[in-house]
Design a binder for this molecule. Structure first.
Ligand code: URA
Length: 238
């Protein structure tokens, strides 16, 4: 159950005060009956209408968005200079405080999960049981057996930090194209891991998170909400 003014605001994008005024004027019906009480407790799934027009979409406590991040956009909620991943979806979700659950570098592309569900984000990113993420990486040199073995053993970075074992494998005929699977989220991790072997990263694209693949129909900058099955996969990925 939830207050009617809050539910109306969530379903329409109106502010709470706009929705309170609409309710007071008798413009809102709940299951067909006019309700003029903003604080009436109504079911989240109740059929609401405004000026006789039914409002689509059940109330969602949280939103989960799959975004194909373009290069040049930063993985943050707000930034003074650069466009952020949250900016790309802000117009469609004006009342949501969305943040990226896991970051990609400004130059990297691919799957960024945007949500306002802090508990899920925490669950996916906690160091002890970090979600598995898969990247397609274009190197400036061919992948070598030493790199694959080094990743599998756990790379020690230039600063002395030893990382968890990871998988690096060829991703097609091009010897510079590599698929990397990580269960860790250290800053610039993949670039620094290949840097240990003297290789540079020309492009980095995140293909999947927790077994959920980026939808190939999403062009850079496009997004959609997760399906029920995708959300369930992330909630139960362990
Ligand atoms: N590792 C990196 O170096 N950059 C990313 O964007 C993601 C992982």
């Amino acid at each position: 159950m939830m207050r009617l003014d809050k539910l109306l605001a969530a379903r329409t994008g109106m502010t709470r005060s706009e929705s309170r005024k609409a309710i007071a004027k008798g413009r809102v019906t709940v299951a067909g009956a006019v309700c003029k009480q903003a604080d009436a407790q109504v079911d989240e799934a109740a059929a609401l209408a405004l000026d006789g027009a039914p409002l689509a979409g059940a109330y969602q406590k949280y939103v989960y968005i799959m975004l194909n991040k373009p290069a040049g956009v930063v993985s943050a909620s707000r930034d003074k200079r650069d466009t952020t991943v949250a900016d790309l979806v802000a117009a469609a979700y004006p009342r949501r405080q969305l943040f990226p659950a896991g970051r990609l570098d400004k130059t990297s592309t691919g799957f960024v999960l945007l949500t306002d569900d802090g508990a899920l984000a925490h669950d996916l990113l906690a160091p002890a049981h970090h979600v598995e993420k898969v990247y397609l990486v274009t190197l400036d040199a061919p992948l070598t057996p030493e790199m694959c073995a080094g990743f599998a053993a756990g790379v020690t970075l230039a600063d002395g930090q030893t990382l968890a074992p990871a998988l690096a494998e060829p991703a097609g005929a091009d010897p510079c194209l590599v698929r990397v699977t990580l269960r860790q989220g250290v800053y610039h991790q993949i670039k620094r891991m290949f840097g240990v072997f003297g290789a540079g990263v020309n492009a980095l694209h995140r293909e999947s998170i927790g077994g959920v693949a980026l939808d190939g129909a999403l062009a850079p900058g496009q997004y959609r909400e997760l399906t029920q099955a995708e959300l369930a996969a992330l909630q139960n990925w362990r």
